[in-house]
Structures are given as structure tokens and as C-alpha cells.
Design a protein around this ligand. Sequence first.
Ligand code: M6R
Length: 610
Amino acid sequence: MCGIVAYAGPKSVHSVLLVGLTRLEYRGYDSAGIATIDKGELEVRKEKGKIKELEDLLKLYPIEGPAGIGHTRWATHGQPSKGNAHPHTDCKNRMALVHNGIIENHHILRNELTAKGHLFHTDTDTEVIPHLIEEEWKKTGDLKEAIRTSVVRLEGRYSFCLVHDEFPDTVFFARDGSPLVFGQGAGETFLASDILAVIPQAKEQFIIENGQWGWINKDGMHLFDADGTEVTFETTKITMQVSELDKGGYEHFMLKEIYEQPDMLRRIIERRMDEKGKIRFDEMEMSNDFFGRVGRILVTSAGTSWHAGMVGKIYLERFARVATEVDISSEFRYRNPIAEGDTLVMAISQSGETADTLAGVHEAKAKFCRVLSLVNRTESTIAHESDAHIDLMAGPEIGVASTKAYTAQIMHLLFFSLMMSGVRWLTEKEDREEMFQEIRMIPAKIEAILEKADEIKEMAKQFKTTKDFVFLGRHFNHPTALEGALKLKEVSYIHASGYAGGEFKHGPIALITDEVPVVCLAPKTEIYEKMVSNIEEVRSRKGKILSIVTEGDETVPAMSDFCFTIPNCPDYLTPILSVIPLQLLAYYVALERGCEPDQPRNLAKSVTVE
Ligand code: M6R
């Protein structure tokens, strides 16, 4: 939520910031703004709406300078408006600041500063920071010291960047809780919420740690700890390729990411399974000895990652025979979970920055549990704060609606469960070999599904004005039903709910009329017959049945208004295949309704507030 970027160097500062902000737009698109010191004067340009609006403003009123800061906003405090857009300034208009996070004690600080004569112009929590720094600065006349003493007063989570007219070629920054990474280029430097904003110009990176602050100019970075002691740091080479960040000929990132799934899974399978059928997690620093002793697993995650965690629970209990609970992160941390020394907490997060999941990690550590995270961004805060992490290997996911990260999470949870079952001697060699054979066939089976995408595209046309959708699934595909409903809600704004097939008759079936499409996940598994009964129940109430079935099935298609077939596979792999048509359904229904699938209203990709 909210993206910040800063630049110091010889290039056109507003161009560099605009490119960076466009790359960060997945973090919020309510408003955007930049600030520089242009010929000795602080200049701020900001606009409500997407980066394009800011770009148009800058064509009319350009600004330059040796350094600058930029922000793209997901509104938390104060409605999306030009007034509430960042950067925010002090009373004398000498400094401007962009912020990602929430200042929880902003009311107290605002009252205190107002009493001292500061004038506030916005409804944001952020505006207290430049005023606080201004106030501290009056005491010593030393801006660096003023930043150090100000951050001590801030409660909540933040990373911020600041420009001041006394230091035109410098950007000051501080971090506590929200991500901030330093990028070093050739004679130029960067700061950003996410390194993808500043590649390929930035060649090396350093992740700023909580409690650190400092400044950059074109030559490099000076970094300090909370006491004001200068800290030495070592940068690492950036491996992300800029080609991973474009749409690659697709109309939207969401579609591109759906289509990337076969190759992504091939990469994952190749890295995780060696020729001898052994499972490898090279980056995960936890011993087999520990996995042999784990008595219970608590999974904490949000949104799509929570749905993946639900599939993971079935894997972990079936293959590794470990009792597993799955919690929504925002609930986990408040329910005081019982965790003994043999409890492993698994945090699943695409971004690795989700505030609720991070809070769950902190809760687990406070209970002295070992924490293993499954993240798609290995440089993220959650990875950093966990005892060990697994790289989900999905590559950058830009579409706000998560697609490829979901199948990467499920595949990794399957491998993890099989690894644990191996450590515990729970599966026979022959069974494992058979499973590995089946897993290897999954990418080609997804390709076969994607080849039939037009069937879904065509079918989506009839839902232009539909108001409600229901998704039903059982066992492995109960989470698929929840995920299908979430995808549709997110990108097409149609109300949709997912239910466990067997639970539907206990109340929600009252929703059914001939106007409600019911997506029924009925691949061939051991509970297939039960699902058929649930479909009968809906059909006899005149619900419109859209079914996802295994090739060769003749029963459910005969009961359906529309039917999509997926290739045959063992039950434990069905959630990977059956979600693909649901991702396509959400995407094409969104297009039919004129919605922008990559940037749905009110959402941001990375939810860094609780
Ligand atoms: O980055 P995370 O996996 O921690 O994000 C969790 C959710 O915010 C995320 O899955 C969200 O629900 C997506 N928009 C789903 O498409």
C-alpha cells in the first residue's frame, strides 16, 4: 500500500520518478506526486488518480533537480484527493516528504504541533512528520539530528523519503516497518519500496533495516542506526530482469500471469525435485532433524495465500501426518494461539510485506515458535524476520489479483509436505515415484486448459449484468471455490461467495434462483459422488450450473448449463488445474463489464496496513 521512490543523479529526475512510480502503481493508485528542489526552490506536483494524471500535469508544469522523491497512494487516512496526495510539506514549504505506512500516534502529534503554531492542510497521518521534523530542526538547526530525534517519536509503521531546499542534491530517509530498499547505479542512487521500481539502472541493492535512517546523493548512501552511529553496509547484485516487468504482448498483467503458470511450474518442479526424486529446498535453513520433531503446524496467511494455506493443510495432514491449523493472519494474532516448542508456524505471503501476516510472524516469535515463511519476494520483511524461508519462484506478480502466486504456493506446499513425509518415512518409494510422475505432467495439463480459454471467454459474455455468483467445491476444491469467488469479486465487482458443497444446504442454498450462476467444482476425486448430489440440490432449485469436471465425465455435463473439462489427475493435484478456468472466468467477466483487471478499485497489491 503506497509506493515511494527517490532518485539522486544526473538524469531527468521527473522522468526517473515517473518510471519508478508506474512500476509501483500496483501498491496503490488513488493519487500520485513528486517533489524536487528546482533551482533552490522546493517544487511539488501532485494529482488525484493514476500516474497518467501526474504525467499530464508534469507536461504542463515540469520540474527538475539533482534529486527528488515520488509517491503513489492507497488512501488510509483521508479520502483520495489532490489535497491528501503526497508529498506533504512543512509550514515554511522548505521540505517535502513521501511516506508509506501508518503513523498511529498522529492525533497526539498533530495536537501537540498545532498548539505550537503548525498549520495542517490535509487529513493524512503523514503530514505530522514534516511538521515534527521542522519543530525538531528549530531546536538544533541540524536537519540530520532533527530527523533522528523525530523518528523516535513516531509510532506505527513507516518508511519515508524527504527533500529539503538546503540540501538540493540529497534525499533523506528513515525506515521502521514498511519496506525500503537502496539501489546503487553508476553515478546515481535510488530508494524505493520495491527494487523493481528502479531496475535496470540500479545494479546493486541493500535492504534498509528497521530503525535505520540516513541520506543518499548521487555518490552513495550514508546509513545510521537509531543512536546516530554510522553503519557500514554491503550491497548485493540485483538479479531481477526488466523483461519480467512488462506485459509481454498481453493486454493485461493478469492474463500474462495466468499464462505464465505452465513455465513457472516447470521451473519450480525442476528446482525442487532432483533426478532421484529427492525434494530440495536449498535456501531453507531448517534441519531435517527439526522437521522430524514438528508436532503441529500453524499456517497464517491472507486472501489468496490463505486459500493456498487451506490446500496446504490437507497436504500436510495427508502426506506428513502433522496436525495443521490454518488461520487468517488478522485473526491469528489476536486469538492467542496455543503453541508449544514443537509447533512450526508457516507464514504464506506472495509479497512478503502483508502487515497482518507479519504481525502473525511477530506473534509466533513472541511464543518462541520457529517460523518458516513461503514468500515470492525473498528480500521482503516477512522473509527477513522468519527463521527460514522458501522462495515461491513465481517471478514478479504485478496484477493486483493474485494468480500465478497461488499455484506456486500450492505446488510448494505439496513439495514441502512430501519433504516432511520423506523425513518421517511415511511414503513408499513407489508411491512417491508415481506422484512425481503426475506432478511432472501438470504444466502440460495447464497448457491444455489454456488452449481452451476461448470457451470461457465466450461463456463470460452472458454475465455482463449478473449480480451474484456462487462457487461450490469440496475437500481439495473447497479452497478453489473460495479462490474463484475472490477472483471474480476483485476484478469484476460481482458479488460472489464460495462454499463447501456439503455446507451449502445448511443455509446458503436459500440464495438460489434461476438468476444465480453456481460454479460447481466437480473433478473426479473420492468425493465426486457427494458433489454430484450437491449439484442436484442446486439444479432442482433452478440454479444455473457452470461445472468444472474431469475429461470423460458424462454425468455432471448432462446436469450443467455450461461445462468446462480439465485433464485427469490425482485428487491432490486437482486444485492446481481447477483454479485455472476460474482465473480466466474472472478475467473475461471483468473485461465484459468494462473493468480494469490489473488495478481493481479500492485494492492494492501489497496490504501493508493492519
Ligand atoms: O502478498 P500476500 O500474499 O500476503 O497478500 C495477501 C492478500 O492480500 C492477497 O492474496 C489478496 O487477497 C489478493 N488481492 C488476492 O488476489
